[in-house]
Design a protein. Structure first.
Length: 115
């Protein structure tokens, strides 16, 4: 498997396009927004607010979210943009809780296909 099977959302316009689509689900740790992108790739954007913690905590959470997405990429369909917003409750959690929260949200969106 390649290291990275997805692209990243970078510009504010790309994030706003996904937010304005208004397809979102949330649990106690994460909020996930989804929008079709009309391509054959999946793109991930991660947002961690300053309310969550200092820069060390925010970067750690962003890395955990990206890694959970990367390891689940075989079960996630192409053609969508995903924006994942971390909540403050996630800062005390580890990788497995992060991955479980992400899989839970993907299942709510009916976009998680188990192998």
């Amino acid at each position: 498997m390649k290291y990275k099977d997805f692209e990243t959302l970078r510009s504010n316009q790309e994030f706003k396009k996904v937010y304005n689509n208004k397809k979102s689900f949330a649990n106690k740790n994460l909020i996930m927004y989804i929008s079709e992108n009309g391509t054959d790739t999946k793109r991930l954007g991660v947002s961690v607010s300053k309310k969550v913690g200092n820069s060390i905590v925010r970067h750690r959470l962003a890395r955990l979210i990206r890694e959970a997405f990367r390891l689940s990429t075989d079960c996630i369909p192409d053609g969508y943009d995903y924006v994942v917003v971390a909540r403050a409750s996630l800062k005390d959690k580890g990788f497995f809780e992060t991955k479980e929260s992400m899989i839970h949200l993907l299942k709510l969106h009916k976009l998680y296909k188990q192998n």
